[in-house]
Design a protein around this ligand. Structure first.
Ligand code: SF4
Length: 85
């Protein structure tokens, strides 16, 4: 077993800057948060601008940018594939 969670290349990769990965460890290889059942796209399209906020339900949802969460983040170990429906 590896002594570290990340190798040097992963450490430089922005997808691995997911704070949930740093807290819970990496999820299955190739999985991204945007495909996880805990990923949320919030906001309204009924405005002059496309205002959507992306959040991880497990990480916590606030009304501020501190919990904004990228769909392209590498999944954490709590990843569960979202239903297609
Ligand atoms: S629970 Fe899901 S959405 Fe949240 S960080 Fe982990 S993989 Fe991403």
């Amino acid at each position: 077993m590896s002594e570290t969670l990340f190798d040097a290349e992963q450490f430089e990769d922005e997808r691995f800057s997911n704070p949930m990965v740093q807290k819970h460890g990496p999820g299955p290889g190739g999985a991204a948060c945007g495909d996880c059942k805990y990923f949320r796209r919030m906001g309204s399209l009924n405005r002059p601008y496309d205002i959507r906020y992306r959040k991880c339900e497990v990480r916590g949802i606030t009304h501020g940018p501190g919990t904004d969460h990228k769909a392209g983040f590498h999944a954490c170990s709590l990843y569960e594939e979202a239903d297609e429906s």
